[in-house]
Design a protein around this ligand. Structure first.
Ligand code: ADP
Ligand code: MG
Length: 252
């Protein structure tokens, strides 16, 4: 059995000759929570774009559970079991929290019947469970526009999970959040990591410390180093590329 849920094999992406990703190799084990960091322009978003089928590799390959994703369209890759959370929440602000989750459970079914309340008992149970997981049970019937920024992020993560992905890609989930909200999102990701493989892209080092087991550092489209937070933050090459950008990576 293949232990790797995701394998990036010698991946290069050129934009008019500029290599946003340059012979990148990286793999994530099934069930792993991995954090990807790297200075601006390192290629983090491009990597997610390739995994989700938005951008095609110039060279190399991406394997999901041993199967090459190259050539698949975005919606096909989503259906194979890869869910992507963008940086800005994509939720319906004029619907309640529960309605947002109902819709996410029913994405392939009829939108109108979802809103008319024709939801299967299985989906109802699923939504109750999701509300619990994202910590929004008490706010289930509030309109989503009344949620704080952190609550919106958690709702969107819940909507992603509603579609039962095996691998979750999460781009900067705590940007702009308060410390308390950051911790909530961290706890949520840790809880989800018990039943999903997750790749998180993040800048906030406190947050990375809270959730990270293995950290991968990307620089100029290639792997700079990989290890525990402790190993990574003391790596001289990491310190060098981060100098002037995110000095807080180095413990004072
Ligand atoms: P990160 O997310 O790590 O900040 P990106 O993946 O967004 O980095 O970008 C990596 C590099 O590739 C940057 O130098 C960026 O300007 C360049 N790049 C990204 N997308 C495109 C594109 N569509 N066309 C040209 N250059 C691009
Ligand atoms: Mg980016």
């Amino acid at each position: 059995m293949d232990e790797k849920i995701l394998e990036i094999d010698n991946l290069t992406v050129s934009f008019d000759g500029f290599k946003a990703l340059n012979q990148l190799n990286l793999s994530i084990n099934t069930g792993e929570l991995r954090v990807l960091i790297g200075p601006n322009g390192a290629g983090k978003t491009t990597l997610q774009d390739v995994i989700t089928g938005k951008v095609r590799p110039t060279e190399g390959n991406v394997y999901f559970k041993g199967k090459s994703l190259v050539g698949y369209k975005e919606h096909e890759i989503a259906r194979l079991g890869i869910g992507r959370k963008f940086q800005t929440p994509r939720i319906y602000l004029n619907l309640t929290v529960r309605e947002n989750l109902d819709l996410a459970c029913n994405r392939n079914k009829n939108l109108l019947s979802t809103l008319m309340g024709r939801i299967s008992s299985g989906d109802k149970r699923k939504v109750v469970g999701l509300l619990e997981t994202i910590g929004l049970t008490a706010k289930a019937d509030l309109s989503a526009n009344l949620l704080s920024h952190g609550e919106k992020q958690r709702l969107e993560i819940g909507m992603l999970v509603a579609q039962s992905p095996e691998l979750l890609l999460v781009d900067e989930p705590v940007a702009g959040l308060t410390d308390e909200e950051t911790e909530n999102v961290g706890s949520l990701l840790l809880a989800l990591a018990e039943s999903h493989s997750i790749l998180v892209i993040e800048h906030d080092m406190e947050f990375v410390r809270q959730i990270a087991r293995t950290v991968t550092v990307l620089h100029q489209g290639s792997l700079l180093c990989e290890g525990t937070m402790e190993e990574v933050q003391h790596n001289p090459r990491v310190i060098e590329v981060y100098l002037g950008e995110t000095p807080e990576i180095v413990d004072s």
